[in-house]
Design a protein around this ligand. Structure first.
Ligand SMILES: Nc1nc2c(c(=O)[nH]1)N[C@H]1C(S)=C(S)[C@@H](COP(=O)(O)O)O[C@H]1N2
Ligand SMILES: [Mo]
Length: 318
């Protein structure tokens, strides 16, 4: 593969040998040892010097989603990014995030749980076996991608923490570090970026924490080292650079619903029938294609998730 953009640092790329052996693990569900292999090739606290990585080809085990839609090229997935901590310019994010330090990294799990704890990213990678999940990502702005994530279901982590009976929501908090994230100097946003899910949405098996894509660890621009992926909701729900996960009784405030509640609801389920106040949601442009295509209810995952919203009037804006 030829890159149109500056190459990622070698520290962000899996050595070829490990990558090959990982592919074998990826044939089925990834095993625990694959998680260790992934953890073993992670950079330490220092980012090593740049290296020649032209021989490395990011690769997923699958080539299409379950509907037959082709994967969005790696180059587009890693160079067309929404990440306001760095920039509102999608094509500037990769460059601005290039030196973002993803080690050391600690995630706190707290709030209404019997076993609050903190876990370092390396331990987290060892604790959960990784699997590839090829999901459509539909941004509220009307574009979409098909991305082969590497990750594990969020419910695995939540179950370890033992949610209390009173827990009804999950709140996610991203890193606050304006020295590294220049966009956080913009006072118009209530930093840090926060998001939330209802507990049953968070426990749904489609909801994952991703640590990689295209068979390698996440690059900073995609939310390294840990980000949420909720494929039936607009992309802004899939918060990047998570440092805290908190179980709550009340529906948590989120960055976008605080900034513009009339434009970004808490639920934000993909719904072609409910327009955004400034544009229709009926169609979308798949990155790499020219023609717009119809947007599917729940982004094509209705069969798996529509039952979560029984009794809710889906024609109103949430
Ligand atoms: N922390 C953080 N997470 C974020 C965002 C952000 O600005 N900050 N943008 C969101 C939006 S609007 C989208 S569409 C997706 C884009 O993910 P991608 O760049 O990996 O495709 O990330 C989401 N997660
Ligand atoms: Mo988005």
């Amino acid at each position: 593969m030829r890159f149109k953009y500056p190459l990622p640092r070698s520290s962000e790329i899996t050595p070829e040998a490990l990558f090959r052996s990982r592919r074998r693990f990826l044939q089925g569900a990834l095993s625990l040892s694959a998680g260790i292999a992934l953890a073993a090739c992670l950079p330490g606290t220092q980012n090593p010097a740049p290296d020649d990585v032209t021989s490395l080809t990011p690769q997923a085990t699958g080539s299409a989603d379950e509907r037959g839609d082709a994967l969005t090229p790696f180059d587009a997935v890693t160079h067309y990014n929404n990440y306001y901590e760095f920039s509102a310019d999608k094509q500037a994010v990769a460059r601005l995030a290039r030196d973002f330090q993803v080690r050391p990294w600690v995630v706190e799990i707290g709030g209404l749980v019997h076993k609050p704890h903190t876990i370092g990213i390396e331990d987290l990678l060892r604790a959960f076996s990784l699997e590839e999940r090829i999901y459509r990502l539909r941004c509220v702005e009307g574009w979409s991608m098909v991305i082969p994530w590497l990750g594990f279901p969020l419910h695995r982590l939540l179950e370890r923490a033992e949610p209390m009976g009173s827990a009804r929501f999950v709140r996610f908090v991203a890193l606050y570090d304006p020295e590294q994230m220049p966009g956080q100097k913009n006072p118009l946003f209530p930093w840090p970026y926060t998001e939330g899910l209802r507990l049953d949405e968070a426990l749904h098996d489609l909801t994952i924490l991703a640590v990689g894509l295209y068979g390698q660890m996440l690059l900073p621009q995609n939310g390294a080292p840990l980000r949420l992926v909720v494929p039936w909701k607009y992309g802004f729900k899939s918060i990047k650079a998570i440092v805290r996960i908190e179980l709550t009784e009340e529906q948590p405030a989120t960055l976008w619903s605080t900034v513009a509640p009339q434009e970004y609801g808490f639920y934000a389920n993909v719904n072609p029938e409910v327009p955004h106040p400034r544009w229709s949601q009926a169609t979308e442009r798949r990155i790499g294609e020219n023609e717009r295509r119809p947007t599917l209810p729940f982004n094509g995952y209705a069969e798996q998730v529509a039952s979560l919203y029984q009794g809710m009037d889906l024609s109103v804006y949430y």
